[in-house]
Design a protein around this ligand. Structure first.
Ligand code: NAI
Ligand code: MG
Length: 359
């Protein structure tokens, strides 16, 4: 199989983990006889520095000419004081919007060998397996107005949580479709006791549920959901929620696996051009030190093999290699505890060898 992959490394640890994922895909290509061509584009802070734009047209064009996109992470203190339109995160929001990447899937799986790495009790996290479906192109991160106002000597700021009914319907349908291939349960998370947008969200959930009689629907308020996630995570199968709620809940859920550096994601569009990225950010505190955990990014590339290219066995091979390496006790610093940590590149090398040695 021949595929063109756009790689947007971004900032901070983005380039370090993206390099790892490219090496792993290279190993998969070698083992299974696929030809993956990687073409690089700029996004985020590095794109602002080079092109004065967090998402240059060249990058968008490159993505559109590719079969799938791998993205590292963007942002860093260097650009924190920039005006809103020159912030790295704008690049991220814009690529999601331009490519209509409306659904961000964030699977949360437990790893038997990492049970001790989580601050939570083993009995709580064991057998955890759920999926967060985060709406990605609407909600609070995109609603207008979003601005600072100065009227009559008074400074104020506004952000808007706006959803069109059809947008909610689209993400809800996807969540029900996915739940029907999993454990037949959707937890729709909202704040319907306060927010009108959430009341509409809830109505749509009820409406869509009628088409999926085999799937159970439950509603949960987001504050309770934040608590339930770490109190009894096994109760969840498929969580569907608004953009910012999903962002926050998934960072929280990463504690179940032991580190933010473990969680991959897939951002899906209706066009079939999808983007794969870890859920973490650019981690400026550890950037440039060959310390980051590359697994979230590597698992994102496995998801790309499965969802964009239909390469199920190849995706399984990557995931299995990650599990084997963790089972053998090898860890990057975020998970090493008092043990001797592997560097980013050592971890990538170990996973790569595991992939190439298997028959
Ligand atoms: P962050 O996710 O970058 O880091 C939070 C904490 O987790 C840090 O202590 C970091 O060292 C650790 N961490 C994250 N990924 C790791 C990995 N792979 N291995 C080991 N440790 C890891 O979030 P933070 O610090 O709030 O934001 C840093 C920058 O990243 C900001 O500029 C923010 O805007 C940006 N950001 C970008 C995202 C993206 O590109 N998708 C998502 C979230 C934040
Ligand atoms: Mg986030």
């Amino acid at each position: 199989m021949k595929k063109n992959i756009a790689v947007l490394p971004g900032d901070g640890i983005g380039p370090e983990v993206a390099k790892g994922a490219v090496e792993i895909l290279g190993a998969i290509g070698e083992r299974y006889g696929h030809k993956f061509t990687f073409r690089y584009g700029q996004i985020g802070g590095s794109a602002i520095d080079r092109h004065g734009n967090p998402l240059p047209d060249e990058t968008l064009a490159l993505c559109r000419q590719s079969d799938a996109i791998l993205l590292g992470a963007v942002g860093g203190p260097k650009w924190d004081q920039n005006p809103p339109e020159y912030r790295p995160e704008q690049g991220l929001l814009k690529i999601r919007k331009e490519l209509n990447l409306y659904a961000n899937m964030r699977p949360i799986n437990y790893y038997a060998s990492l049970l001790e790495s989580s601050p939570l009790k083993k009995e709580i996290i064991e057998e955890t397996d759920f999926l967060i479906v985060r709406e990605l192109t609407g909600g609070l991160y995109f609603g207008k107005p979003s601005e600072r106002t100065y009227r009559d000597g008074m400074e104020a700021a506004v952000d808007t949580l706006y959803y069109e009914r059809e947008e909610v319907k689209r993400i809800m349908k996807l969540a029900f479709e996915l739940a029907s291939t999993r454990n037949q349960k959707v937890t729709s998370v909202d704040k319907a006791n306060v927010l009108e947008s959430s009341r509409m969200w809830r109505e749509v959930a009820e409406e869509v549920a009628k088409d999926y009689p085999e799937v159970t629907l439950e509603h949960m308020l987001v504050d309770n959901a934040a608590m339930q996630l770490i109190k009894n995570p096994r109760q969840f199968d498929t969580i569907v929620t608004e953009n910012m709620f999903g962002d926050i809940l998934s960072d929280e859920a990463s504690v179940l696996t032991g580190s933010l550096g473990m969680l991959p994601s897939a951002s899906l569009s209706e066009s079939g051009l999808h983007l794969y990225e870890p859920i973490h950010g650019s981690a400026p505190d550890i950037a440039g030190r060959n310390k980051a955990n590359p697994i979230a990014m590597i698992l994102s590339s496995a998801s790309m093999l499965r969802h964009s290219f239909g390469l199920e066995e190849e995706a399984d091979t990557v995931e299995q290699a990650v599990r084997s390496i963790l089972d053998s006790g090898r860890r990057t610093a975020d998970l090493a505890g008092s043990g001797i940590p592997y560097s980013t590149s050592e971890m990538v090398e170990a996973i790569k060898e595991e992939i190439l040695q298997k028959d």
